[in-house]
Design a protein around this ligand. Structure first.
Ligand code: AMP
Length: 282
């Protein structure tokens, strides 16, 4: 596996490939787990070469404490990638990704997608995501790039951005990987205590409850109220939002419209750790 830390070594690696060899990019922030593994497996299957990027992108963290405490496990990650047959890993330092002046940092905004859910609660987050993903796509120039449905709104942002900027890449989405308890795998789970991890399963339990209610014809506004009530029974969970959105544009819905695919999305603090999850229903 090739270890790449700057732009010219990535370019060397990609330019040396045989003609018609396709590249898949899997962008991550490291602390790799089975969720990342599914993205990597999909890329390994679809492409001739897979590049995984590991970069804890400072511009997408609106909370400095979250950035400082984000798990960093490079040694483990490199072994993990080697083992599953990844061809190269790009793990640039900050100076490579952000060589310019901090005051001149580009800002991106995504209209409505910036004003709801993650956009509303994490100001500047999607600007940072948009910036780093554009940089990574421009450095690697992959035919395909892989993203998890775990970050459903991020996926919508990236699709919008790739379309608006005519970036020649196919965006592939991968379903959420969960523990047997239902908890969605996340690097941030490493920060949960044993008890907190048990409490955190309430996120998925409540999403399943919402899905069930939805299928029984209960109104979206009632489901939202019931779901938030369910969380209030657990002292160690603080819900930031629980919403039903229309998948096609992330409009928040109070009533269901027949033809729409809907996702229930939740963000909640378990202890000090902020977790997100979602379920798509149709
Ligand atoms: P992260 O390292 O958390 O920034 O995630 C890197 C990529 O892996 C993103 O596209 C995530 O959506 C995806 N991902 C993270 N956790 C999961 C999961 N449990 N299931 C599927 N994809 C995931």
């Amino acid at each position: 596996m090739k270890l790449l830390q700057d732009v010219s070594s990535v370019r060397n690696f990609t330019q040396k490939r045989a003609s018609k060899q396709k590249i898949g990019l899997v962008p991550t922030m490291g602390a790799l787990h089975q969720g990342h593994q599914e993205l990597l497996k999909a890329s390994l299957q679809d492409n001739d070469l897979t590049i995984c990027s590991i970069y804890v992108n400072p511009t997408q963290f609106n909370n400095p404490d979250d950035l400082n405490k984000y798990p960093r496990t490079l040694e483990h990650d490199l072994k993990f990638l080697e083992k599953i047959g990844c061809n190269a890993v790009f793990y640039p330092p900050n100076q490579v990704m952000y060589p310019g002046e901090e005051q001149q940092l580009l800002q991106l905004s995504f209209g409505h997608l910036d004003n709801v859910l993650e956009g509303q609660h994490r100001p500047g987050h999607f600007s940072g995501v948009g910036l780093v993903v554009t940089k990574l796509l421009n450095v690697v120039q992959p035919e395909r790039a892989y993203f998890g449905q775990k970050d459903l709104q991020q996926l919508a942002i990236i699709r919008q951005m790739v379309q608006e900027f005519f970036i020649p890449v196919e965006i592939i989405s991968v379903p959420i990987v969960r523990e047997s308890s239902g908890l969605a795998l996340s690097s941030r789970n490493q920060r949960l205590s044993f008890e907190e991890k048990q409490v955190a399963t309430q996120l998925y339990q409540t999403l399943l409850f919402a899905q069930q209610q939805y299928e029984s014809g209960v109104s979206l506004s009632t489901i939202k109220e019931q779901s938030i009530n369910q969380f209030s029974r657990h002292a160690n969970i603080r819900v930031e939002y629980f919403e039903a959105v229309r998948m096609r544009d992330f409009q928040i819905l109070e009533e269901k419209m027949e033809a729409d695919v809907i996702a229930f999305c939740v963000a909640a603090y378990v202890g000090e750790v902020r977790l997100i999850d979602n379920i798509i229903v149709s």
